[in-house]
Design a protein around this ligand. Sequence first.
Ligand SMILES: [Zn+2]
Length: 247
Amino acid sequence: MYSDRVKRVQRLLRVEARYTGAIDGITGARTLSAVACVPEVRNRPDLIGVDRQLVAAGQAVLASLGHDPGPVDGHWGPQTDAAYLAWSGAGLPWRQADMASRFGPAGSARCTAGRVTVPWRMVLAWDTAEVITSFSCHELVAPSAQRAFDRIAAIYATSQIEDLGLHLFGGCFNHRTKRGGTSLSTHAYGIAIDFDPARNRLNWGKDRARLAHRDAVPFWDVWAAEGWTSLGRARDFDWMHVQAVGL
Ligand SMILES: [Zn+2]
């Protein structure tokens, strides 16, 4: 068993304090007794060996937290991996100062390894003839962004989405510095998304920005519930922008 995987399960077992030991990647007595406390793992003769029981315990915790790791079978496949990333992403908000340690180098492959499927008709803001059905972002924030998009689609009718300009994609990953600055933008990590830049210009405040209107409040509340930060709400500028880290 990879010790990284054991660490992941240990983190999951810390939920509800089943496990109170160190995150050390070692399957010791305390880890094993925490595994034994997970009801879904008891009376499961099909889970042969400690490693499978350990993974199954992690899967059961992920499922109990509302994620979908696939069947509780003790095999850590892509679905369990995605569920774990989604759960660990739920640990937002991260601080902007921690970006490099949390997300790895700006512009690395991980910054575009995540994918968000857009549940409404979306076009590029700068070329509205170009329809996009999905976009790439950092792998760690993709599950959170996907939940937000799905919730937004459930809240607003298509006509409201278009009225708000949420169908106008202003970009996500972009390896660049902040506008007017020298430090790296959150976009360089693939952890920020822009909507309708033409009607939410960088230096516009709430008196002019479209996404500062009252009907956008549920939109921002969805992102806030995921731990994302609106620069508009926080600083009253750049109302096009939402990021998966704090300020
Ligand atoms: Zn932005």
